[in-house]
Design a protein. Structure first.
Length: 314
């Protein structure tokens, strides 16, 4: 080591900015061993040891444990493998911190109770697979043993919550509300009734050819009636009911008579639930999709008008 620059532990501390006790700890652990000693027994470090110490500090700052650092320096494992493993671990930590931030922002916005905070934190921490399972279990129970419209069933099964890694507070709120909604026995029973009614219509050959077209027609006619100030229990609502009932009868391939209108009212009452529409709006919020406008009140108008006319004609 003749002619080579050597540093005492104090000089090395001043050069690297690390505390003496930290350098001594690394030295005792064998990670940065001294290059020699003075006549009095004090440790000395050469430039290679100083460079090794800089690398140790960098690796420790990246969160790599001391045992792994020692193995890296001894070339027992590759830097690339360690970096990949720690990058993956950091991804998980970052995602967790983002979720916590979103939960805290949601809590600050809504002024949650301690119980709500606990629930929000618990639900937000679920994995993507666990979130999807909550929804698929709900769908499986609702549709079990029923022969449904394949397009409708496929739509339900493909629309699953995908909470982003860095969600907005509104998305956390929506996920918590959705999880509570699908766990509500009343809502589950309502969706089961809807599924059973659809299966019965399909089995009886009365399921409409294009339910989406009928829904759009109902929206169009009822929106116009409401804009014109037509009350559902007024005589002015009769032409609207007649037109819509006729369209539903044609789509089902049956006559628009008193029996059909009683059946139509019963099906509309079963199929119109604000919570079902809310289900889709919450999914859209969670997944960042456009949120569809609320249409249930329009169908409630039609139900009330149909009920009033059935009573009058009864």
């Amino acid at each position: 080591m003749d002619g080579e620059t050597l540093y005492t532990i104090g000089e090395l501390a001043r050069r690297t900015g690390l505390p003496v006790r930290t350098i001594r700890f690394y030295s005792d652990a064998g990670v940065v061993p001294p290059s020699g000693r003075t006549a009095a027994g004090y440790r000395l470090y050469d430039t290679a040891a100083a460079a090794r110490l800089d690398l140790v500090r960098t690796l420790r700052d990246l969160g790599i444990d001391l045992g792994t650092v020692r193995r890296l320096l001894d070339r027992e494992i590759g830097v690339g493998d360690v970096a990949a493993a720690h990058a993956e671990a950091l991804d998980v930590q970052i995602r967790t911190l983002r979720l916590r931030r979103a939960v805290l922002r949601a809590v600050a916005k809504r002024g949650s109770t301690p119980e709500e905070i606990e629930l929000m934190h618990k639900l937000a921490r679920l994995s993507d697979e666990e979130r999807r399972r909550i929804i698929t279990d709900f769908i499986d129970e609702s549709f079990a043993g029923l022969d449904l419209n394949p397009d409708f069933a496929a739509k339900m099964r493909s629309a699953l919550p995908e909470l982003p890694d860095d969600p907005e507070p509104e998305q956390v709120d929506a996920w918590v509300e959705l999880a509570e909604l699908v766990g509500d026995p009343g809502f589950r029973a309502s969706v089961r009734r809807m599924a059973e009614a659809q299966a019965a219509d399909i089995s009886g050959g009365s399921y409409p050819d294009d339910p989406a077209r009928l829904a759009e027609l109902t929206r169009e006619k009822v929106e116009r009636a409401i804009a014109d100030g037509v009350a559902p229990d007024s005589d002015a609502a009769r032409p609207v009911v007649d037109e819509l009932a006729g369209a539903y009868a044609d789509a089902s391939g049956v006559a628009d008579d008193a029996e059909f209108r009683r059946d139509l009212l019963a099906r509309m009452e079963i199929g119109t639930d604000r919570r079902a529409e809310r289900y889709w709006q919450l999914l859209a919020t969670i997944n960042g999709w456009p949120v569809a406008p609320t249409l249930t009140p329009l169908f409630e108008w039609f139900i009330e008008a149909l009920r009033h006319q059935n009573g009058q004609d009864g």
